[in-house]
Each structure stands twice: as structure tokens, then as C-alpha cells.
Design a protein around this ligand. Structure first.
Ligand code: TRP
Ligand code: ZN
Length: 898
């Protein structure tokens, strides 16, 4: 019997059904008594009827889940069971008009909470995760973001085992209690929705620092970690201070409490959480030192610390009216953290990395069965909507507003948004309206970016008449249909454009009929299905550079010849454009190899691309970090996307052969580059963590990858030497990644030595799990299965699950998509095992099965079989049910299912 037959299917929530809450809560006084058997929670809620939601008495509706209700008191009267209605996930109190005080007593068992939502215990640490709907697992409460209250929290616990007691805001009282217990009271003066509530209790060490805001407020900064890890928090602390300064300088946002705290925990469902004054982080995004963390880890930590800090204004002071508006805070905050990182490091490199993420992960989401708009209209489980579309495409939408308004008007828009909405729970439309009103720019049609799903394709065709020196450029767009949205309207698409002259200089732009020579770059706003512009005075040999800086989240189909691309790859003054040109050139060559392999023809890598690589390698004006990006071929999944059917084996073989060719043909250049960069790296002692030094290490690792790919012993020997586990982590990981696919004893020995050195460090052990799972060697799936018995592995820890299972299913396409279906069956088993433990993570792990339509019939069949086996589980969570059932919608029936 499948789930549909067993019980009612989970029902979607719809944006169009939004109604304001009947009651508001002004203050919450929460007492949490932590105990080994039970944790007792008492909530005193002072509320009143919401004038914006009608008048007259209305029942008080509270959300609740997985807890035992002990008593309910309303306005001083203890209610009997006949006075209220206790449903599976709600508590309905008698109708009230005007003001009320409700006291709810209940108890919970955080030690049994493996879902990691609400209050849970991770080792000897109690902590919370309330976004999106976790607070209802702590007490009965109107758990929706448009109910904003002032919280006071009293925590009681055994003193010796839980010396540190934290919650949002300022600590106003501490003291001892009988039976070796103690308490702390925290008060947060800012109204907030329940999803921003947080508390922590445990034995923690910390690093302390301070920050003086520009108006002179002295803020204490603390980062709490497991004792022994304090030394690894320096980088996070510096990142925090840089974020605080940047937000003052660029947005005028100042911190607003006397203390800002971060707690790092090892069991955490996502990256980090912006709880007011008390951010809680996955410890992998806090802890770092050069021996155990890579440069990439250092940069991610900086970006995520900034992201969560920035939420204090974009998310906390101004929050979301309902969860459909999630991108209001997430898209905007991602845009802010991307710009922060661009300012701290290299803008061009950052833009390339962000564009690559969007194209590798968001474009496929937008093209698959779970596609949704930046502002979704319906969901079954909100946890499934913390997606690359809401976050990264949402950021691109804010970036386009920034582009259309210009920096000054954008800033005016932000100021107006804060002036209007500080302290409120609002919508994406309120944000756009503030931008519009402050700038005078009409964004009516632009709002389509919030409501229409799917990645638009922009087609660019041009004709250049050397006699009249006119270049006619036609841009046209189409937006694909997506589930629930069959037909689309054209959207306003900013296409940043330049014309690059033969000498490599951008040509001054003058539109036909305009007076005077203009700038060398312009934003063309494509609003209709098709539009044509004509540029005058364009010298012969000029090549258009389009979508510069990746000015819109679209697919560009431009009629560049191979020669045009090779020219732009060497000459475009826009770093993104230059990178993009070489990527396009490489993609064309790789896809030609795939076709040849399919047809059984010899498949060599196009020598023109090798020549373009050679030219770039010789260009000593390029920053090493940028050169490293330039010289990396498009990944297998990007190539798969570019094909109607992702031919997994041929794509893998083509890319491998291309890397071998590049390694072989340019061997001396790689060697020279690698040896020069490695010699500059100090052997021991201080590690230079400057942007420039990180860039040099990235380039050295890129070169090392090609040296190994060449197959020559001299290349492999360099990687083996660099893999020695006493090096810094960036170098060791660079070497292990380079060696990881080799069928050679040196690879096994290098990984074993790494394991021996780091087996007691969970975060580094995760890197080892991911390396083992990511090897394209044939026996990998068996090795992954065997690693479930490794003492460091546990299905209860999301980082271990992501490293080992995700490292295989998402990080190893050629082995996961094995034609015999073994990878899919493995994943279905793991999803079913994980779902009762942690549905949120189980739903994320299901993702690699979702895009089965991209594969050949045999694989598609095996993938849908795996999905069917998952949805047939009668006790499946809403989380996994939503993903798996959407993936299967309109799938042809499998022959086996009846
Ligand atoms: N709001 C968090 C952020 O973007 C992410 C988040 C949402 C989260 N739900 C979560 C984090 C659940 C951990 C667990 O920064
Ligand atoms: Zn966020």
C-alpha cells in the first residue's frame, strides 16, 4: 500500500490564501528548565486581537508539534480539557476579543530530537534551530513570521555540565538554584518572529573581542565553541569585524545590541542561522586554521559570517510577512554578502564563482520538476524552499535592480525601505515599491522576475556593415514553461554590452541617431520579445561583448564564431566576459568530443582551444586567482546540461581526455608555473592568507591538476610530494584532489596517510570521506558502503551524511549514474534510512534523483524506480514526499509498478 492509500496526502500551502493573524503577541516570557529526562517549557504570552484582521471575539490558534501539553491558563483561569481543542499540530483556545494573557506549560525531550529543528541536544550541548517552523516544537505559539513579540527567556540547568546559558539580546540576571542548578535571564528588546528565537546551554569555550560602531556604541563580540577549539576562531572573528565595518560604510547599517554572539555546533542542518544577537553556525563555517582548513574554507567562513551578520537588518529588523517572501531576506542578503566578498577580495573572480554556481545548480533547478519562482506560490514543506532559486537567483534579481537604478538610487531605495518598514514583517513587493519610489524607475514589469520561474534564453545576432560602419544588434528572449506556468511574458533583461575593437580596446558607443561618442559600455534593457539597436561608427573587426559581468541570470545564445571567442578570451576588458569566452570555446570543443565518442569516431580536443589556453597561460598581466578560474574546464554537470541527454560516460571521458591533452601539450608551461609558485610558498611557519597568496595557491593547484592529468611521472611525483599530510590544508587537498582518480598505489597511500593524520578531527575527516566518495575509480560505491562502518560516520550528523553520501551522489556523476542503477538504489536506501531521523536533510539528499529526464531511457527508468520506491514508504515525511512526488509527476509508469 502506498502513502496515497494509507492516509491523506500532504496538502500544499498557498500564497493566495494568506490572511493576517487573528491575534498578535506583544511579549513572551519563556522559562526553559533543562533536565535529563524532560525539559519543561512555560510560556507566558501577552497578546491582543489584531485590528487588521477583523473585529469581535476569535479563537486563539497556536501551533505545536512533538510535545506534551501540561496545562493552559487563560487570563488567570486554568482551562479544563473541555475548554480548548488539542489537534495534531494545533492548540485552539477559546475566542477572545481585546487583550489576553495565556500561560502554556508543556514538556519536550530534546535528547530524542534527531530532526535538529526546535530545541535539540548535540553531544552535551543544547541548542535551537527555529527557522522556519521549529519554535512550535518548543512551545505552543503562533509560529508565523508576521507575529513579532518581545522575548524574555529564563534558562535553568545543572551548573557543572551546562555552565554557559545563552539566549537572544542582553543577559539581565544570573544566579544559583538549589540542587546544583543555575539560571540566566535574557531579554531581547527588539520585537521578533519566533523563527529568530535561539537559546544555547552547554560547556563552551569562547573568544572575545569588541567593536565600536560608528556612533560610538561598544559591542562585545563572542564566538563560542567546544573547549579546545578557541584557537580556531580567529578568522571568524576578524570576518565578523570586517562585516560590521562594511555594513556601516556601504549600507549605513549599525549594530543595535550591546553584545553579538556566535555559537558553533557540530550537528546542524544547514550552514548557519541569523537568530537575533545569537547566530548559530555549523562549526565547519567557523573553525579554521591553515593546517586544517583550505583557502576555500577561509573564504566561505568569511562569506557566511557576513551573511548572517547582515541579516540583522535585512531579515531581522525587517522580516518576512510569510514564507513565500523568503527571498525578501535571503536574495537581498546573498547580494549583500556577494558584494562584501567582492570588495574584500577580487571582484572578477567572485563574479565568475557566483555565475558558475548559478549555472551549475540553479539553472538545472529552474529547468526541472521542482522549478519555482523566486517568490513561490505554493509549498508542501517550507524547508524545501531554501533553494538556490530563492537565494542565488533572488540575489541576481536584487543585483539587476542595482544595475537598473545605479548605485546612488539603489542606496536611496534601501534607505526608504528601512524608513518605511523597520520593525515590520513585509513582502517582496514592499521592497520593490521602495526601490521604485526612491528612484522614480518604473519596476512594474520587472516584478515578473519574482513571479515567473524558468531561465530565460537571450538570443543575440548581429550584422556589421564595414562600409557604413554600422553594427545592428538584435536581442530576443524566450522564457521556457515550467510546472504550473505554461506561458510566460517577456521580462526586462539588462544586457551589459561593449564592442571590443581589433586592438582590444572597447569602442566608444554611439547609438544610431545619437549625438557625440558615448561610454564604452552600456546596459541595453531588453523588454520586448525582440529588439534591435544600431551602433554607429563601429570600426571593422569589432566583436560584441555581451552580458558583461553576467548582468542577468539568463542563458545567452550569441552567434560568436570560434575566432570571435578566441579573441574575446584574450582581449575582453570584462573579466567575466573573458572567462565566459574561454568557457564557451571549451564547451564547444568538449561537446564535439562527446558527439564523436557517441558515433565511435576518434575524439581529440580541439587544438585551437589548446592554443587559447597557451595564450592565457602566457599572459602575465592576469591575477593568479583569475587565471586559475580561466584555466578550469566546465564541469561535467554543466556539459551534461548543455546536451539534450546527459551522456554521463562520454562526458566524463571527453573531459578527462581534454585535461590529458592540455596537461600533455602544455606540460612545460604547467611545470614552470607550478615550480615557480610552489617555491614562493613558505615551507613552514606563517601562512600568508592574503587574497594574492590564496590566488597563487589556487593557480598552483590548477597547474598541479594538469600535471597529473598528463599522466607523466614527473607530474604525479609533484602531487605525491605535495600530498604529504604535514603541509597546509590548501596544498594537501590540492594534491589529493589531483591524485584522487588514479588507479595507483600512491593515491591510496596518500589518502591513508591523510586519514591517519586527521582521523580524530571531524571536519577534516569529512574531507577524507568526500574524497573517497568522489573518486571516479570503479570500486567507489563499494568503498562508500564500507565506510558506513567507519567509527567517524553517523547518519545523525548532517556533515558526515553530506560528505559521504552527498560526496558520492552529487560529487561523482560518473559513478552515481552507473548504467546498472546501483547508485540510484543506494541513494533510495539511504534516503529511506535517513528520513525517520532527519527529514530535512533526507529531502536534500533526494535531489540528485530529481532530474531523471536528462538521462537516457535506461537510467531514467532506474531513477524513477528509485523515486517510486521512496514515495511508496507509508510513513514518509512531508519533506521527502514533496521532492520525490514532484520529481515523479508526469513520469511514465514503470513496467514493474502496478
Ligand atoms: N536563514 C538561514 C540563512 O540563510 C538559513 C536557514 C534556514 C537555516 N533554515 C535553516 C539554517 C535551518 C539552519 C537550519 O542564513
Ligand atoms: Zn540567509
Amino acid at each position: 500500500m502506498d502513502r496515497a492509500a494509507a492516509e491523506a496526502l500532504p496538502q500544499p500551502v498557498r500564497l493566495q490564501d494568506y490572511a493576517p493573524p487573528a491575534h498578535l503577541i506583544d511579549t513572551v516570557d519563556l522559562t526553559v528548565e533543562l533536565g535529563d529526562d524532560w525539559t519543561r517549557v512555560t510560556a507566558v504570552l501577552s497578546g491582543r486581537r489584531n485590528p487588521a484582521a477583523g473585529s469581535g471575539p476569535a479563537p486563539i490558534v497556536l501551533d505545536g508539534q512533538d510535545q506534551q501539553l501540561l496545562s493552559v491558563t487563560l487570563d488567570g483561569r486554568r482551562l479544563s480539557e473541555a475548554d480548548y481543542r488539542l489537534e495534531a499540530e494545533r492548540l485552539v483556545l477559546p475566542a477572545v476579543d481585546g487583550e489576553f494573557v495565556a500561560v502554556i506549560e508543556g514538556r519536550i525531550r530534546p535528547q530524542d530530537n534527531t530532526a535538529l529543528e526546535g530545541l535539540y541536544r548535540s553531544g552535551d550541548l543544547y541548542c535551537t534551530q527555529c527557522e522556519a517552523e521549529g519554535f512550535r516544537r518548543i512551545t505552543y505559539y503562533p509560529d508565523r513570521p508576521d507575529v513579532m513579540a518581545v522575548f524574555t527567556v529564563r534558562i535553568e540547568a545543572e551548573k557543572e555540565r551546562f555552565p554557559v546559558l545563552l539566549a537572544n539580546g542582553n543577559c539581565v540576571e544570573t544566579g544559583d538554584l538549589p540542587f546544583d542548578r543555575h539560571f540566566a535571564v535574557w531579554h531581547d528588546p527588539f520585537r521578533k518572529p519566533a523563527y529568530l528565537f535561539a537559546m544555547v546551554a552547554g560547556n563552551l569555550g569562547w573568544r572575545e573581542d569588541s567593536f565600536t560602531t560608528r556612533s560610538g556604541r561598544e559591542v562585545a563580540l563572542r564566538i563560542y565553541v567546544d573547549p579546545g577549539n578557541e584557537d580556531r576562531t580567529g578568522h571568524a572573528m576578524e570576518s565578523l569585524k570586517r562585516s560590521m565595518r562594511w555594513d556601516e560604510e556601504v549600507y549605513g547599517f549599525e549594530y543595535d545590541l550591546d553584545i553579538f554572539m556566535i555559537v558553533a555546533v557540530s550537528a546542524f542542518n544547514m550552514g548557519a542561522m541569523e537568530n537575533k544577537g545569537l547566530n548559530i553556525f555549523n562549526d565547519k563555517f567557523i573553525l579554521a586554521d591553515p593546517a586544517s582548513a583550505t583557502d576555500g574554507d577561509f573564504q566561505r567562513i568569511e562569506g557566511i559570517v557576513a551573511h548572517e551578520y547582515f541579516h540583522n537588518w535585512t531579515g531581522n529588523r525587517i522580516t518576512c510577512r510569510d514564507w513565500f517572501q523568503l527571498s525578501l531576506k535571503e536574495g537581498l542578503t546573498v547580494f549583500r554578502d556577494q558584494e562584501f566578498s567582492a570588495d574584500m577580495h577580487d571582484r572578477g573572480v567572485k563574479r565568475v564563482a557566483d555565475a558558475r554556481l548559478l549555472r551549475t545548480v540553479q539553472f538545472p533547478e529552474d529547468a526541472g520538476p521542482t522549478a519555482h519562482p523566486v517568490r513561490p506560490e505554493t509549498y508542501i514543506e517550507i524547508n524545501n524552499f531554501y533553494t538556490v532559486t530563492v537565494y542565488e537567483k533572488g540575489s541576481e534579481v536584487v543585483r539587476m535592480i542595482h544595475t537598473l537604478l545605479g548605485p546612488e538610487n539603489y542606496r536611496k531605495g534601501i534607505d526608504l525601505y528601512v524608513e518605511r518598514h523597520d520593525g515590520q514583517a513585509v513582502t517582496c513587493d514592499d521592497f520593490v515599491a521602495a526601490m521604485e519610489d526612491a528612484s522614480g524607475v518604473d519596476l512594474t514589469r520587472f516584478r515578473l522576475w519574482y513571479s515567473q520561474a524558468g531561465t530565460p534564453t537571450v538570443k543575440a545576432r548581429w550584422q556589421h556593415d564595414p562600409a557604413s560602419r554600422r553594427l545592428e544588434l538584435t536581442l530576443s528572449q524566450s522564457v521556457p514553461s515550467t510546472p504550473g506556468q505554461a506561458s510566460k511574458l517577456p521580462m526586462p533583461i539588462p544586457v551589459r554590452t561593449a564592442l571590443i575593437g581589433r586592438n582590444g580596446e572597447p569602442v566608444p558607443l554611439r547609438l544610431d541617431g545619437e549625438a557625440g561618442a558615448g561610454d564604452t559600455e552600456r546596459v541595453l534593457l531588453l523588454e520586448q520579445a525582440s529588439e534591435t539597436v544600431t551602433f554607429a561608427d563601429v570600426p571593422p573587426g569589432t566583436v560584441p561583448s555581451l552580458l558583461r559581468g553576467f548582468s542577468a541570470p539568463v542563458k545567452l545564445d550569441a552567434s560568436w564564431s570560434e575566432a570571435d571567442l578566441a579573441f574575446l578570451a584574450g582581449a575582453d576588458s570584462d573579466p567575466f566576459g573573458r572567462w565566459e569566452a574561454l568557457q564557451s570555446l571549451s564547451t564547444r570543443a568538449l561537446l564535439a568530443m562527446v558527439s564523436a565518442l557517441r558515433e565511435g569516431r576518434a575524439a581529440g580536443f580541439d587544438p585551437r582551444v589548446v592554443a587559447a589556453f597557451r595564450t592565457s597561460l602566457a599572459d602575465d598581466r592576469l591575477e593568479p586567482a583569475f587565471l586559475a578560474e580561466l584555466l578550469s574546464l566546465p564541469g561535467e554537470s554543466l556539459l551534461g546540461q548543455a546536451l539534450d541527454t546527459w551522456h554521463v560516460d562520454e562526458v566524463h571521458a571527453a573531459r578527462r581526455e581534454a585535461r590529458r591533452t592540455l596537461g600533455e601539450a602544455l606540460f612545460d608551461l604547467w611545470t614552470g608555473l607550478y615550480d615557480r609558485l610552489s617555491a614562493a610558498e613558505p615551507a613552514g611557519g606563517e601562512v600568508d592568507l592574503s587574497t594574492a597568496a590564496m590566488g597563487r595557491r589556487a593557480l598552483a593547484n590548477a597547474a598541479l591538476g594538469y600535471l597529473v592529468a598528463s599522466g607523466r611521472e614527473a607530474g604525479i611525483a609533484r602531487a605525491v610530494a605535495q600530498a604529504r599530510p604535514d603541509g597546509t590544508m590548501t596544498r594537501v587537498m590540492g594534491a589529493l584532489v589531483a591524485l584522487n582518480d588514479l588507479e595507483r598505489g600512491e593515491r591510496d597511500q596518500a589518502l591513508a596517510a591523510f586519514h591517519d593524520r586527521w582521523q580524530h578531527d571531524p571536519l577534516v575527516l569529512d574531507k577524507w570521506f568526500a574524497l573517497k566518495a568522489g573518486s571516479s575509480r570503479r570500486g567507489t560505491l563499494d568503498e562508500v558502503r564500507a565506510l558506513f562502518d567507519h567509527p567517524g560516520f553517523s547518519l545523525r550528523n548532517p556533515n558526515r551524511v553530506r560528505a559521504l553520501i552527498g560526496g558520492f551522489t552529487a560529487g561523482n556523476p560518473v559513478r552515481f549514474h552507473e548504467a546498472d542503477g546501483s547508485g540510484y538504489a543506494f541513494l533510495a536506501d539511504q534516503v529511506l534510512a535517513l528520513d525517520p531521523i532527519n527529514p530535512q536533510v533526507a529531502a536534500r539528499m533526494t535531489q540528485p534523483l530529481v532530474r531523471w529526464r536528462k538521462f537516457d531511457r535506461g537510467r531514467a527508468q532506474a531513477m524513477t524506480d528509485a523515486l517510486r520506491r521512496i514515495v511508496a514508504q507509508p510513513t514518509l515525511s512531508k519533506d521527502v514526499y514533496e521532492i520525490a512526488s514532484k520529481a515523479l509527476s508526469s513520469a511514465p509508469d514503470s513496467p514493474q509498478s502496478g
